[in-house]
Design a protein around this ligand. Structure first.
Ligand code: ARG
Ligand code: ZN
Ligand code: CA
Length: 243
């Protein structure tokens, strides 16, 4: 790695309606959020409670918009089985997926805001999918998911982060400095929210890898940062992005 990690982002827009053909301004607003959230430059970073001030992290990874591809479609929703990533299913194939983060923007359906592929999967489907109504902070972005945090959360998965509750009751996210959460938190939890898991810690509900509203999430932890940086190190599954 020669210094800072900068990820080129290719945005693939699939639209049926004019509204789904989101503006470049809306796309850039998402890139701006990623750059803030991954560099501790988000305006709500100072809302992290004192109990977590020792572990709140500046991840130090930046993102740059590389290209935008647009394609008209007759599909009303794309689901979560990667059809949007395949031109033979009406989607758009990824561009340079071993060196660029591909983001697909479309209507997913089923109440899904976005989904991501973890490191180690097929490069033909690698990247992140975000519903156009939850991308960025302007245009068609819809409250309470209009602060660009769906992409921050999904890029966290793309960089190997698990949900903070470990997808199980008092489950593990494989990160030591995040408390054990009972389950997912929604909406805007009131601080402090205590876990009923071993030790009854205060839950880190403001972590990007929980399920709160966008306004309720504003930090990664140092342990999450280490887990993300490890995949870009020599021998890591996304080393090709760090060259
Ligand atoms: N995969 C999750 C879902 O679709 C993303 C949740 C993102 N949360 C948020 N506040 N934007 O439900
Ligand atoms: Zn998730
Ligand atoms: Ca943990």
């Amino acid at each position: 790695v020669n210094g800072k990690i900068e990820i080129p982002v290719v945005v693939n827009v699939l639209y049926r309606t004019a509204a789904e053909n989101i503006s470049l301004t809306q796309i850039q607003s998402q890139i701006d959020v990623l750059n803030k959230d991954f560099n501790a430059l988000n305006s709500d970073f100072n809302q992290v409670p004192t109990v977590f001030s020792g572990v709140k992290a500046n991840v130090g990874i930046s993102f740059v918009l590389d290209a935008v591809y647009r394609k008209s479609t007759t599909k009303t929703s794309w689901g979560t089985r990667d059809a949007m990533k395949k031109s033979n299913q009406g989607g758009i194939n990824p561009t340079s997926p071993t060196t660029k983060l591909n983001l697909w923007v479309c209507t997913i359906g089923g109440g899904i805001l976005g989904y991501a592929q973890f490191p180690g999967g097929s490069s033909a489907t690698d990247g992140v999918v975000i519903d156009s109504k939850y991308l960025g902070t302007t245009g068609t972005a819809t409250a309470p998911f209009n602060k660009g945090r769906t992409a921050t959360h999904e890029v966290g998965h793309w960089m190997n982060l698990r949900h903070i509750w470990g997808d199980a009751t008092c489950g593990s996210d494989l990160v030591n400095d995040t408390p054990t959460h009972n389950t997912a938190n929604y909406g805007l939890p009131v601080f402090p929210h205590y876990s009923t898991c071993t030790g009854t810690p205060i839950e880190m509900t403001m972590n990007y890898m929980d399920y709160t509203d966008d306004a309720g999430m504003y930090m990664f932890s140092e342990g999450q940062k280490s887990r993300m940086l490890a995949i870009f190190a020599s021998g890591g599954s996304r080393f090709s992005f760090a060259q």
